[in-house]
Design a binder for this molecule. Structure first.
Ligand code: SAJ
Length: 431
């Protein structure tokens, strides 16, 4: 067993990215120590179990833990490679908070020895890897630090952002291309050798700030494009058009690919990362900021339309379908669907029923509202109105015959065959 052996790799942070990454590295033949501040997460993993829902992750973790290739602890131990995968949230004024990264760097610094490598994977504002480097340099004046020493450095430091999609994490962790930004080209080459162990996609080396910005740009790109779709949906609502039909037709143009409108943008990445760019260049990022505002504004738009529809149909039970931030996962972080359903539940009480196959019980936002969690069958029986907030496969599969008589506000466009007369009343602008 691994228990008495020094780990090769120490992964700090065992969340949605850290745990799959630790397991994938362990599968490649490295002994891995996963570190997390949460003792119950550590215990769960040491039992070979997982605390998050992700396709195939349970089997992989069970396998590598039982073979002694992965274990977890609340404490960092000496290793050859340290991978930081801790959260980087923002504060009330949207300023990035890199304190978890810097705490991890402090703990790593105490364990570092000649020849080790530190890799930051957390989404971070530009310059963070250099700050980690400076911090380690201050704490360990005995080490020659890359980018500071004129000699061959004792350690390597690099930035390598993840770009995996929740729900497809293991597949994308292995097959996606990676950007690897070294503090120096030598650091980048060393990190490249490490990633080649468990990544089949192309690993492209660059400098650390470019890799940091690349990650932010990827998510801002998606946010801006989703904002375009959401803006179109609000315009279409106002003039009484079916936005899904318009997008389907427009996307037949060979150079047009409009994304899908929804209730807003959720999750811990796309709704967060663009702020890191805005914060670093507020005067120069009006487009990125507007996209954020449009996507956040879509939540209010959906609430207003849903409210009007509910008031027009007094006494009718209303099924809010879905609470997660996107389809077919159990992740509720920053979920617009959850925010919308909770606001409706707090206004309309027990008229609101929640259908969420990925929830065992209602989140605390519903406490005292009177709303109930029910299954799809019961919703089809009890609810005269359905509001689709998440495009779960199980919702899409409901045949027309079972919902044709319902009043439907299809926020996700999952039922293109739904009779038009059940859509919310449009407000035609054109006379
Ligand atoms: N959404 C729409 N319409 C769309 C696509 C998405 O409304 O057409 C919404 C989703 O419902 C969800 C949100 O956007 O609320 C984000 O979902 P997503 O599937 O686009 O992305 P995430 O947050 O699950 O993962 C993103 C990915 N980034 C990009 O696609 C550029 C992933 O590759 C990153 O690794 C991840 O962020 C991350 O960790 O940064």
């Amino acid at each position: 067993m691994l228990v008495d052996k020094k780990p090769d790799v120490c992964v700090i942070g065992l969340g949605y990215i850290g745990l799959p990454t630790a397991a994938a590295i362990a599968r490649s033949g490295c002994r891995v120590l996963g570190v997390d501040v949460n003792a119950s997460v550590v215990d769960t993993i040491n039992r070979g179990e997982i605390h998050i829902e992700e396709v195939d992750l349970d089997g992989l973790v069970q396998g590598v833990v039982s073979r002694g290739m992965l274990r977890a602890s609340t404490m960092i131990e000496p290793a050859d490679v340290f991978v930081i995968a801790v959260p980087t949230p923002f504060d009330g004024s949207h300023a990035p908070d890199i304190s978890y990264v810097m705490n991890a760097a402090t703990n790593i610094a105490a364990a570092l020895k000649h020849g080790d490598m530190v890799i930051l994977e957390s989404t971070s504002p530009v310059g963070t890897t250099e700050r980690v480097r400076d911090h380690i340099g201050k704490l360990r004046p005995d080490l020659r630090i890359p980018g500071i020493t004129g000699d061959t450095p004792d350690i390597a430091i690099a930035y390598c952002p993840e770009r995996v999609l929740p729900g497809r994490i293991l597949e994308e962790l292995t097959n996606n291309d990676r950007s690897i930004g070294g503090i120096t080209p030598r650091c980048a080459r060393k990190a490249l050798t490490f990633y080649k162990r468990f990544v089949r996609g192309a690993c492209v080396t660059t400098d650390a700030p470019s890799a940091e910005m690349t990650k932010l740009v990827e998510n801002a790109f998606r946010d801006v494009n989703i904002a375009f779709a959401n803006e179109l949906s609000m315009i279409a609502d106002q003039i009484g058009l079916d936005v899904w039909e318009v997008i389907r037709l427009a996307n037949r143009h060979p150079r047009v690919n409009i994304l899908q409108p929804g209730p807003g943008v959720g999750g811990h990445c796309i709704a967060v990362d663009p702020w890191f760019i805005i914060h670093s260049a507020p005067e120069l990022s009006p487009l990125i900021r507007t996209a954020r505002n449009v996507n956040d504004g879509k939540i209010e738009h959906v609430i207003t339309r849903a409210r009007a529809l509910i008031l027009e149909n007094p006494g009718m039970k209303v099924g809010c379908m879905g609470l997660t931030f996107k389809a077919n996962i159990d992740d509720f972080r920053e979920s617009p669907a959850l925010k919308i359903a909770a606001i409706l539940a707090n206004q309309f009480g027990d008229r609101i029923q929640i259908i969420e196959p990925y929830a065992a019980h209602l989140p605390s936002a519903f406490n005292g509202s009177g709303a109930k969690l029910i299954d799809i069958d019961q919703a089809l029986q009890d609810c005269g109105m359905l509001i689709t907030l998440v495009d779960h496969d199980s919702f899409k599969a409901i045949p027309l015959a079972e919902r044709a008589s319902k009043i439907v506000y299809d926020v996700r466009g999952i039922w293109p065959d739904q009779p038009q007369n059940t859509a919310p009343l449009p407000l035609r602008l054109v006379s």
